[in-house]
Design a protein around this ligand. Structure first.
Ligand code: UDP
Ligand code: MG
Length: 337
């Protein structure tokens, strides 16, 4: 089963970093300690790596990564040419790590996610799970603002019909084949939290406590959070378009009531001249216009989904291939992005 690490799986821990010079020493110390133990217990291969992805930092992050890669056997670096954003940096790391790993774990650099949960991730991987979600048990260390906005975010996403795991961020394990399947989702508006559940495969949840940021400041301000939520919704859901259609329909129906009302008033002769025809046209045209917009939107939504060309399915077991003695996983279709 383990192709890269031989008898033990080759693990790559992918860490996106943007201006994280204040935390990297500590992060490396803690991650390396966890990995060391796992190697000793023969749960992962000794060649396993910690891959830091420098997302165009403006401070000394890259110099630090470079230095750490020389002093620590686990550490490797990947430097992006400019700041591309958390999700893209993460994807860059995952894509690079895929070529040489049996499983990858993504984690933030700031040590908010408990690194000791990595052990449970690896246990789950050995039990045969392809996807392991890290789910935050408590968010008491987050500010009230952050907690509530995050909660509202998950609720709203559900409402909009986007399937995401509650209280799960980007702390997760992906097996090689889950990662390969993921790479078939070639959309540019990347929202990993929404895509990973779409990929499927056997998944498990590991709960952990969320800590405070070890040092440095959060890189997500309100503006970035809102844009992140907006991205998530618009790249996954056509519900907003449907809402326009629905509004159009409702107003169209209402226009009949308005017609009834204004005609009655007109027949009673209690109106100024011109009022009835104006009111009638406003309601009727308003309804028709909104409905037509919604209809157009439906088609644009369809085009949008087509353009994404998401895979319609991912194969988990293929007995036809097993019959021929070929290993039945996605390894055959190593399509690079
Ligand atoms: N990050 C990144 N590029 C960015 C913003 C953030 O790579 O443009 C990284 C950051 O270094 C950290 C992770 O994404 O490792 C999560 O960011 P942060 O901790 O600031 O977000 P929060 O935990 O406050 O939501
Ligand atoms: Mg953080």
């Amino acid at each position: 089963m383990y192709t890269f690490g031989g008898e033990t799986p080759f693990l790559a821990v992918v860490v996106p970093c943007y201006n994280e010079e204040a935390v990297l020493h500590e992060t490396t110390r803690r991650l390396a300690a966890v990995l060391d133990r796992l190697v000793q217990e023969r749960l992962i291969a000794p060649e396993s790596i910690i891959l830091y992805v420098d997302d165009g930092s403006k401070d000394e992050t890259w110099e630090l990564i470079d230095e750490l890669s020389r002093s620590h056997t686990f550490v490797r670096g990947l430097k992006l040419s400019r700041n591309s954003g958390h999700q893209n940096a993460l994807l860059a790391g995952l894509t690079a790590a895929r070529e040489c790993s049996d499983c990858v774990i993504s984690i933030d650099a700031d040590l908010q996610d408990d690194v000791t949960a990595i052990r449970s991730f690896i246990y789950k991987f050995h039990e045969g799970y392809d996807v392991v979600y890290g789910v935050r048990q408590n968010r008491s260390t987050d500010s009230i603002f952050k907690r509530n906005t995050a909660l509202a975010f998950y609720r709203f996403m559900k409402l909009m019909g986007v399937n995401i795991i509650y209280n799960h961020a980007d702390y997760r394990l992906l097996s090689h084949r889950a990662l390969t399947a993921l790479s078939d989702y070639k959309e540019v508006n990347l929202f990993l939290r929404g895509i990973v559940p779409l990929v499927g495969f056997k998944s498990a949840i590991v709960r952990y406590d969320r800590h405070e940021r070890y040092a440095g400041k959060s890189k997500y301000n309100l503006r970035k959070m809102l844009s992140f939520a907006f991205q998530g919704i618009t790249s996954f859901s056509v519900t907003p378009i449907r809402m326009v259609t629905a509004a159009g329909f409702v107003i169209f129906i209402l226009s009949f009531l308005a017609a009834l009302y204004s005609l009655t008033v007109h027949l009673w002769g209690r109106t100024t001249s011109g009022w009835t025809s104006l009111i009638l046209s406003i309601w009727f045209l308003g309804g028709v216009q909104l409905m037509s917009l919604g209809l157009l939107g439906e088609y644009i939504g369809k085009i949008y989904l087509e353009v994404k060309s998401r895979p319609l399915y991912n194969i988990e077991v293929n007995q036809l291939l097993e019959d021929r003695g070929v290993q039945a996983d996605n390894n055959q279709k190593l399509i690079s992005r």
